[in-house]
Ligand binder design. Structure first.
Ligand code: FJE
Ligand code: FE
Length: 299
């Protein structure tokens, strides 16, 4: 039976709740943004969390990035990826993960790989000032290579970090956890999270009580910023008897200034001005990026 006790010295509670309003770009892309929207601009280390549903001809055609990492995790359908140095490992399919360390610069295109709708998440993880200008790097994992474990009605896919005794092979520059949980009805989760980290939950489907067993159940498309503490407990003890699927994302804050200009994220305005100039002139990491055109985004 579900226990109402938590094993934590200082359990985390829900400090803030934000609903991802559907932002329909009108061309077949629906973006639900939580981290990165005006009322939740930045949760140190995390710049953006988008839940996207996209169908052709919409997509994310040729655009640059600098200074952070993107984690693209697909639920349904697939996204093809092509970048300006010819890095092409095929599609990111349902269950797959692409962890892209942008570093000093990437220009790329992310487009639907087939008909119908493609559904997934993209998380932007900031890089510390010492890592902002590193060489770009990809970590690409197929669904079968992402550790999964199930115990007492709790199923977890460990995208980054560790849960229920298993570790992800993904290397993160700053300690980060990214967990995809599914709790059957009547099951309980106690997930440790280092006390100094920022952490949040994003509910995908179903409902559960987060932080306290009798807290009002929270449903799909809500992000919950967690208070500080050494772990979070979740109870799926709702009347509907349905499973609840949610993400738990956390990381060690950088405590550095952030200056963001769209997909450019640096520490100072001077660095942003420099980046805009580098991209325009195709230098300092953007060699040929200014004249490159992807094949996948041409129609
Ligand atoms: C972006 C231009 C872009 N959310 N979710 C400017 F194209 C993008 C962008 C995305 C994105 C891509 C995928 Cl596959 C999933 C996304 C934004 O690529 F973020 C900005 N600022
Ligand atoms: Fe991108």
């Amino acid at each position: 039976m579900s226990s109402n006790m938590t094993p934590f010295v200082k359990p985390r509670f829900v400090a803030e709740k934000v609903l991802a309003r559907e932002h329909d770009k009108g061309d077949g892309a629906i973006v639900r943004r939580t981290i990165g929207r005006p009322e939740l601009k930045f949760l140190d280390l995390f710049l953006i969390l988008d839940e996207v549903t996209v169908s052709a001809p919409a997509g994310f055609p040729d655009h640059p990035h600098i200074g952070f990492e993107t984690a693209t995790y697909m639920l349904e359908g697939a996204i093809t990826h092509e970048d300006f140095v010819g890095h092409d490992k095929g599609a990111i399919k349902a269950g797959d993960l692409q962890w892209m360390t942008v570093g000093r610069g990437i220009v790329h295109s992310e487009m639907p790989a087939g008909p119908g709708s493609q559904h997934g998440f993209q998380l932007w993880v900031n890089l510390s000032s010492k890592d902002k200008m590193i060489e770009p790097k990809y970590q690409e994992l197929q669904g079968k290579d992402i550790p999964k474990v199930e115990k007492d009605g709790v199923k977890v896919t460990v995208i980054a970090g560790e849960a229920l005794g298993i570790k992800s092979p993904v290397y993160t520059r700053t300690p980060t956890m990214y967990l995809d949980f599914r709790l059957e009805a009547e099951s309980v989760l106690h997930q440790p999270i280092p006390e100094s980290w920022n952490a949040f939950v994003y509910v995908l489907e179903g409902e559960a009580s987060f932080g306290a067993p009798n807290s009002p159940p929270v449903g799909a498309h809500h992000a919950l910023v967690l208070s500080s503490g050494d772990g979070v407990s979740v109870w799926n003890n709702n009347v509907d008897n349905k499973p609840c699927r949610f993400l738990v994302i956390g990381g060690q804050p950088l405590n550095e200034p952030v200056v963001q200009h769209g997909p450019f994220v640096m520490n100072t305005t001077q660095e942003i001005v420099q980046t805009i100039e580098d991209y325009r002139l195709g230098r300092n990491g953007f060699e040929r990026g200014n004249v490159w055109r992807s094949q996948i985004a041409q129609v």
